[in-house]
Write a protein that binds this ligand. Structure first.
Ligand SMILES: Cc1cc2nc3c(=O)[nH]c(=O)nc-3n(C[C@H](O)[C@H](O)[C@H](O)COP(=O)(O)OP(=O)(O)OC[C@H]3O[C@@H](n4cnc5c(N)ncnc54)[C@H](O)[C@@H]3O)c2cc1C
Length: 404
């Protein structure tokens, strides 16, 4: 029986595991984190392609995968409505998606606290080595270990991770902390607000225990801020001077940085986003990085999801891309002739992933460093037009926007 080892047990890793398990392949997932993984992350905008990818992997969807949003609302910096569109969309959360997917894979296939540190492959097999001293031998290995993938670093060390020139402040708060009139205005639509140095957006997501009932939900918001690398580094440095390159724990963000961000919110955002930001006692920071590999198959190793191609989050496609990469790879690996099937898989997923990366760069073109070329300026202006801005961020119809 074919044996597959998967490194990383998040969206891409679990979906590959579920699809391979359904195809009768012997599969084992190795995840660096312990149980805390379920509490990670925040809002995820969904679209039909994500659900098609899940059902394609043999997964039965929940009745409700998240909170139903009626559409989008764009506010100006004084809180006045600029434009609204009716595009119903389900807004889910990373935690809900993770728990939903995790429940699809038997416990004996999923191993927490396994940190990959090395790989050895020959013509017949591949061996993964973990920090705890254990080893796993397989026919194929899937690298589903995210943007800072160790698998990718081992097989394609030349691939660079690019800092986009901005980071995101994010918050996830109890909806009851938001003043009722403001929540009433924001509850039914994803709200976006163009502001100096980057846009703000927010929407409701499931609450504790994936509760979708009004009064029990969380409000998820993000605010992109232009920042050079020195500023990012400063924001990832705690009060003792320690720099957390891979992400600073929320509780270690220096209070003066939070206070400065709150002051900027009062200066640059309308009253509704200000209220939400002001009600957030422990916001967190995510540096924005992107990358694209030129290949997805390296002998017995295949890369999927963010490990292969990380697009910027504006496109709202990361989860569906990860699931589609993973489930189509499972089918290729289970084929009679995996070599030919893998070549076809690599070609089609590279095309899709690189189109997603290019489009996400266009969407973020106005946030990072000031545009200097006429082409960059034109792109930045185009993507700030209200009708484009409202519909192209986390689009419900990605195929319309991707240059495939
Ligand atoms: C601000 C923001 C907003 C976003 N919004 C959306 C959205 O609205 N819609 C959407 O679809 N996507 C969104 N995304 C993107 C989405 O979250 C990612 O694309 C998706 O999580 C990628 O899944 P993945 O499984 O490839 O990687 P990840 O989710 O990064 O998982 C990688 C896993 O590998 C594990 N790992 C890492 N190294 C090792 C190792 N050495 N050994 C073992 N395990 C390891 C990690 O612990 C982790 O669990 C957003 C992202 C950001 C940053």
């Amino acid at each position: 029986m074919t044996k597959v080892a998967i490194i990383g047990g998040s969206m891409a890793g679990i979906s590959a595991g579920v699809a391979l398990h359904h195809l009768g392949v012997d599969v084992a997932i190795y995840e660096r984190a312990g149980d805390e993984l379920a509490s990670r992350g925040a809002g995820i905008a969904t679209h039909d392609g994500l659900y098609e990818a899940l059902t394609g992997a043999g997964v039965h969807l929940r009745d409700e995968m998240g909170i139903r949003s009626m559409g989008r609302l764009m506010l100006d910096s004084h809180g006045a409505e600029v434009e609204r569109v009716d595009v119903p969309q389900v807004m889910t959360s990373w935690g809900l998606m993770y728990r939903f997917l995790r429940a699809q894979i038997p416990d004996h296939c999923y191993h927490n606290n396994y940190v990959l540190c090395d790989l050895v492959q020959d013509a017949d097999r591949i061996v993964a080595r973990f920090q705890n001293g254990e080893e796993a031998t397989a026919d194929w290995l899937i690298g589903a270990d995210g943007t800072r993938s160790t698998v990718r670093r081992l097989v394609a060390p030349e691939v660079a991770i690019n800092y986009c020139g901005y980071f995101g402040w994010r918050g996830l708060i109890d909806e009851n902390l938001i003043a009722a009139p403001v929540l009433g205005e924001l509850a039914h639509r994803m709200t976006l607000c163009l502001a100096t140095g980057g846009h703000w957006l927010g929407y409701l997501v499931a609450g504790l225990n994936d509760d979708l009932r009004p009064g029990h939900r969380l409000y998820n918001w993000g605010w992109y801020r232009t920042a050079d690398e020195a500023k990012l580094k400063d924001h990832l440095t705690d009060a003792t001077g320690l720099y957390h390159e891979q992400g600073i724990p929320h509780s270690l963000i220096r209070p003066e940085l939070v206070a400065a961000m709150q002051a900027e919110a009062r200066a640059f955002l309308g009253p509704q986003p200000q209220t939400v930001v002001g009600a957030t006692h422990q916001p967190f920071i995510q540096g924005m990085f992107d990358l694209g590999c030129e290949h997805l198959v390296y002998d017995r190793v295949c890369l999927v999801g963010d490990a292969a191609i990380t697009a910027r989050p504006h496109i709202g496609l990361g989860v569906s891309k990860a699931i589609e990469d993973a489930t189509s790879l499972a089918i290729a690996l289970a084929a009679q002739n995996p070599g030919a099937a893998l070549a076809q898989w690599e070609k089609s997923r590279l095309r899709y992933g690189l189109a997603a990366l290019a489009f996400s760069r266009d969407l973020g073109s106005y946030i990072g460093p000031t545009p200097v070329t006429p082409e960059h300026r034109a792109k930045a202006e185009y993507h700030q037009r209200p009708e484009i801005f409202l519909n192209a961020n986390a689009p419900i119809d990605p195929q319309r926007w991707l240059k495939l």
